[in-house]
Design a protein around this ligand. Structure first.
Ligand SMILES: [Zn+2]
Length: 352
């Protein structure tokens, strides 16, 4: 009996905290198990980040054919770079946020290292160049609607769809990773965490350039590629740094690395972090870590059947620095959940 008052006191203390919560408003997929798995994935992100944001998700579970496990199509907002940078500064809460903001380009424009445009030379516009003419693509960004909510650029609880996520019912999924992933089954919750990650802003505008570039289409004027994302400010290469660019926006097969300080320090030295594009790069969408290196949940390919997918500190850092803010006591919750998602990541199934 003596312990009861203490327990009650703790309960009051927790309830008394002003805690905004990241939450997800997810429509039914029409499949009860998929709905349950999707809710677990949403709870994962809600356990790590505490923004007063509701992400509205239109969910689906249907036969997509092919090798795609799941796909996310997110609404994106076009935002003046000035407003984006100011919002990033106002939203900064972690040490990494401070580093990120301190290294964002000052002024109202940024310079990009780009190719595959009508201004580029070489076969199919292969030669990158420094685009610093202050055009539309140097003065605006395009980030997911959920990311804009996290940054306070729009109301965090604004209604309407933020993203549409569909899972491929043609695969045999294990919808509950708590007891491991069954033999021959794909980790549904891991795939759902990945797709929600895209909705939350882990994207690259390089995919738009890559898709709309020679020889399949284009070339188009560089000012049309107003698709630099929040994550793209972490995308660099040795060549983009040498050219004096603020980010690498090229569609080609050169290495691109992740850095939160404008390219001075790579997130993990020597690691080649980003996928390079389906058409002109390495065959994977640029909106991912590099394939098969085990960098994290945003790897373009999921763990093989029978294995869980891993969320890493690198994943969490990326979401932190694009505008998501940690819960008041991040360490116990994130470590516990990361532990739950455990072990190694090997490749085989593609997801987008
Ligand atoms: Zn993906």
């Amino acid at each position: 009996m003596r312990s009861l008052p203490i327990f009650a006191l703790l309960a009051i203390a927790v309830a008394g905290q002003v805690r905004a919560d990241l939450s997800f408003n997810i429509t039914s997929t029409g499949n009860a198990e998929a709905d349950s798995g999707f809710a677990q994935a949403a709870a994962f992100w809600s356990g790590i980040f505490d923004d007063d944001v509701t992400v509205n998700v239109t969910a689906g579970f249907s036969n997509l054919g092919g090798s795609i496990l799941g796909q996310a199509g997110s609404q994106r907002n076009l935002i003046d770079y000035d407003d984006f940078r100011n919002a990033m500064a106002a939203d900064a809460s972690s040490a990494d946020d401070a580093t990120m903001v301190a290294n964002l380009p000052s002024g109202s424009s940024f310079d990009v290292f780009i190719n595959r445009t009508s201004e580029a030379t070489g076969t199919n516009g292969a030669n990158p160049y420094l685009d610093n003419d202050g055009g539309a693509n140097n003065t605006s960004v395009r980030i997911t609607r959920a990311n804009a909510k996290a940054l306070g650029l729009i109301d965090g609880n604004l209604g309407g769809e933020d993203t549409a996520i569909t899972f491929n019912s043609a695969f045999t999924f294990d919808f509950d990773p708590s007891d491991g992933i069954g033999s021959g089954k794909i980790d549904f919750v891991g795939v759902a965490i990945h797709e929600l990650g895209h909705a939350m802003g882990f994207i690259s505008g390089v995919d738009i350039l890559d898709f709309n570039s020679p020889p399949s289409s284009g070339p188009f004027n560089d000012n049309l590629f107003t698709y630099v994302s929040s994550m793209d400010f972490t995308r660099h290469s040795a060549d983009s740094l040498a050219a004096g660019a603020d980010l690498d926006f090229t569609a080609d097969n050169r290495a691109k690395f992740f850095s939160i300080d404008g390219g001075v320090t790579a997130g993990a030295p020597g690691v080649d972090h980003f996928s390079r594009g389906v058409s002109n790069g390495d065959g994977r969408q640029a909106s991912h870590w590099r394939d098969g290196l085990g960098l994290g949940i945003m790897d373009p390919t999921a763990a093989p059947a029978g294995n869980v997918n891993v969320v890493t500190e690198l994943d969490i850092q990326a979401f932190d620095i694009i505008g998501w803010s940690f819960a008041a006591v991040p360490e116990p919750s994130s470590i516990g959940i990361l532990g739950l998602f455990g072990l190694g990541l090997l490749v085989r199934r593609r997801r987008s």
